[in-house]
Write a protein that binds this ligand. Structure first.
Ligand code: NCD
Length: 288
């Protein structure tokens, strides 16, 4: 069993995992297991919350967070690196700049692969954290409206979240930054303005313009700095929404939102630990 994309998991499996995250397992649940965090691309919260989750469940952690320090810099293929790491660890948490890298790794691996972000592709564990937080704050997913705001073209957290909200009976509306609308395959999502979204949505899911995915710095600058969620927007539109953000944020959520009850992005980040404990427990229990 791998976690490359939530497309491979049923609604029942996903809801069971979220339920499991409500009551984290005992501190020795994963004693004797080794989790490898293989991060070929920068990360703070995803890697450290996975490591905290592994430690809290009693597993040991090996790994790297700087691909320049690994044999990838000598030209080793991803598949070979994974075959080697699978001989050292019981599960591999992989972040990689190429879309599809997790699925490739899963083909080469004899241990579970957990996709911690593959280029502009998917970020399924972030989506589990997002769903967990929405359930906690809004009571459930069915019947709620989530507005996804910002870089919807390159933002992998959005690519994983949108189909899950829809599968679980919620509605999604899009507020894309200029030129950064949802890619092909998301044609069933309607577009709206930031003001309309703030007035009608239950969740404002704000994302950063993904600078590292732009070939041209000028295009990045043209797309950034336009959609800002601030205290004025929320009061002007009498918004009842909670504000989520996978973080790191730049200027797209103003710091004057931080003190408002709507601001839930740091709670969301904290939820990364119990949710990833449930992910590790589920995958390692099912591993041979
Ligand atoms: C996101 C990512 O890496 O895709 N960060 C995260 O995992 N919380 C979002 C981002 O980098 O903008």
């Amino acid at each position: 069993m791998n976690l490359c994309s939530l497309d491979d998991w049923s609604n029942e499996e996903i809801l069971a995992l979220l339920e499991r995250a409500e009551a984290p397992p005992a501190t020795d649940h994963l004693a004797g297991r080794i989790v490898c965090t293989a991060f070929f691309e920068p990360s703070t919260r995803t890697r450290l919350s996975f490591e905290a989750a592994a430690h809290r469940a009693g597993a040991k952690v090996i790994g790297f967070s700087d691909a320049a320090a690994t044999s990838a810099s000598k030209g080793e293929t991803l598949e070979d690196s994974i075959r080697v790491l699978a001989g050292y660890a019981d599960a591999i948490v992989l972040r990689h700049p190429q879309e599809g890298a997790a699925a490739r790794a899963a083909m080469a691996s004899t241990v579970p692969i957990i996709n911690a972000g593959d280029g502009a592709g998917q970020h399924p564990t972030q989506t589990l954290v997002d769903l967990f937080t929405i359930k906690q704050e809004c009571g459930g997913i069915a019947g709620i409206t989530v507005a996804v705001i910002g870089d919807l073209l390159y933002g992998r957290t959005v690519h994983s979240l949108v189909p899950m909200v829809q599968r679980l009976g919620g509605r999604v509306v899009a507020v894309p930054a200029k030129g950064l609308g949802l890619p092909a395959g998301f044609d069933n999502v309607e577009t709206t303005t930031l003001d309309e979204a703030a007035a009608m949505a239950d969740v404002l899911y704000v994302t950063r313009v993904q600078r590292e995915r732009f070939a041209n710095q000028g295009d990045y600058e043209a797309a950034s700095g336009q959609l800002i969620v601030d205290a004025d927007l929320l009061s002007r539109t009498q918004s009842k929404a909670i504000v989520l953000h996978p973080l790191p944020r730049l200027d797209e959520v103003a710091t004057d939102v931080d003190a408002l009850p709507a601001a839930k992005y740091f709670d969301q980040a904290r939820n990364g630990v119990p949710v990833r404990m449930a992910v590790l427990a589920t995958l390692l229990e099912n591993a041979k």
